[in-house]
Design a protein around this ligand. Structure first.
Ligand SMILES: Cc1cc2nc3c(=O)[nH]c(=O)nc-3n(C[C@H](O)[C@H](O)[C@H](O)COP(=O)(O)O)c2cc1C
Length: 254
């Protein structure tokens, strides 16, 4: 399909029959530009822009359109933002505080030498993850296994979390296009004891499970270089497990 579309494109890269080619795809541009941002200026974002971002979440697909997702949008409650920052920092110390430098350092090869140690220090003491307190908007995203009319539960691992993930990605892309940064703070909900504190604080009912604090804010600076991704053949298999996908450039019949 993609190969056909490319063959039909003219010299300027535009396609002849209305099928877009890679260079024309706005969606791919924003997918590639989206990054995790963890440093915010603390400035306010306009209500209109935040509403546009929320609107994107509404369009997430869900099984039978049952939308088993809810969002608590926190903008004014600075105490709760700081409470979430405290939880994230405490959890980060537990998660990363004990890992030897060399291990994490290897995974973060794309950060150049003088900065890697500093980033790692902030990772270990959890300071890097305090960003909810400087975000304009923190969205507590909740999924439910029971919010539907079937006579059994739909596991969040297969349904609710997936729906929420799609909604979050929609918001992330719109926020990126608007020029804002986003951070996915799962650390606040990773320990069920912390999740319970969040439930109590903002009144989340038992059938809803908080998954993350999704943070939106003005970026201190755009994050140009992100962690690279494995190439297609590292992630995709052809027809069956273990047979690496062959990119078009490496196919003999191309
Ligand atoms: C399910 C999930 C959980 C994540 N948890 C956290 C988190 O707790 N804190 C954080 O700052 N980033 C978190 N991230 C963001 C990842 O670290 C980030 O997406 C990854 O390192 C790739 O970087 P990029 O988003 O800039 O492309 C999470 C992302 C996902 C999808």
């Amino acid at each position: 399909m993609a190969a056909d579309a490319e063959k039909k494109s003219d010299a300027s890269g535009k396609s002849e029959d209305g099928v877009k080619v890679a260079q024309e795809l706005e969606s791919l541009k924003w997918v590639r530009e989206r990054r995790s941002i963890r440093e915010f200026t603390g400035e306010k974002i306009s209500d209109e822009h935040i509403e546009l971002i929320l609107e994107a979440a509404r369009h997430a697909p869900s099984p039978e359109n049952m939308l088993m997702m809810r969002f608590i949008v926190i903008r004014d409650d600075q105490d709760t933002k700081e409470f979430l920052a405290d939880l994230a920092q405490e959890m980060a110390q537990t998660a990363f505080g004990g890992a030897p430098f060399e291990l994490t350092s290897g995974r973060n090869w794309f950060i150049s030498d003088p900065y890697r140690a500093a980033v790692y220090a902030r990772l270990r003491d959890g300071e890097l993850f305090r960003y909810p307190e400087k975000s304009d908007t923190v969205i507590l995203v909740c999924a439910s296994e029971a919010w539907h009319d079937a006579g059994y539960l739909y596991p969040n691992s297969l349904f609710g979390s997936v729906v929420c993930g799609m909604a979050i990605q929609n918001m992330w892309l719109v926020a990126t296009e608007l020029g804002y940064g986003c951070g996915y703070e799962a650390l606040v909900c990773s320990d069920p004891r912390h999740a319970q504190l969040i439930r109590d604080r903002v009144g989340i009912p038992p059938i809803w499970e908080p998954l993350t604090a999704f943070c939106i804010g003005k970026r201190v600076s755009p994050r140009a270089l992100g962690p690279s991704r494995a190439p297609l053949e590292g992630l995709m298999y052809e027809e069956r497990w273990g047979r690496p996908y062959t990119r078009l450039a490496f196919r003999e019949d191309k």
